[in-house]
Write a protein that binds this ligand. Structure first.
Ligand code: IMP
Length: 181
């Protein structure tokens, strides 16, 4: 796809994403062989990755949705997290995999993990398409990671800038002029 001047470059193209999603689906299918899994989509950023990933996982799968938001707009989070939409089903005794777009400071997922662990699932793992380890404010590690990336603000494939550009098919680096970086 041709992008405008808001995009500095394509970081991970849709073909590479598709290949990695297939691999992650295969790995999850093997790790949970003979078990049922509930895949939890974190709205809104995780939605595109989630839709692809669930179709790459074999076996007994249920899906659910949760939305947490870190306050703040633009490219910075404030460190405060709130629940916007809770899961539809209880998770006690279930194998849960939370599917996220990106682990950045780690604040959102460490909050979410604590919140879900209190509900006593059988297991709880985190699958994130992207990981920016250099940006951590709290110690946090995902269990399944698509791509480790540098400290650049990315959009597309579910990720936004002020709620725009989520529909771009590739993961792209936002031009710094757009956010004054
Ligand atoms: P956290 O900083 O790990 O808590 O990440 C919080 C949320 O910030 C992520 O789930 C994303 O929605 C958003 N985020 C962090 N980095 C980026 C980025 O580079 N592009 C778009 N959204 C991001």
């Amino acid at each position: 796809m041709e992008y405008g001047k808001e995009i500095k470059k394509v970081l991970v193209c849709k073909e590479r994403i598709a290949e990695r999603v297939r691999e992650l689906g295969e790995q999850i299918s093997r790790d949970y062989e003979g078990e049922s899994i509930t895949l939890v989509c974190t709205l809104r950023g995780g939605c595109v990755f989630f839709a692809d990933l669930i179709r790459a996982v074999r076996g007994d799968v249920e899906i659910d949705f949760i939305a947490v938001s870190s306050y703040g707009a633009g490219t910075k989070t404030s460190g405060e997290v709130k629940m916007v939409k809770d899961l539809s089903e209880p998770i006690k005794g279930k194998n849960i995999i939370v599917v996220e777009d990106i682990i950045d400071t780690g604040v959102t997922l460490s909050y979410l993990k604590k919140l879900l662990e209190a509900r006593e699932p059988k297991s709880l793992k985190i699958c994130s398409l992207l990981d920016k380890p250099s940006r951590r404010k709290v110690e946090f590690e995902g269990d399944y990671i698509g791509f480790e990336i540098e400290n650049e603000y990315v959009v597309g494939y579910g990720l936004d800038f002020n709620q725009k550009m989520r529909h771009y098919p590739d993961v792209c680096v936002l031009a710094p002029e757009v956010y004054g970086g």
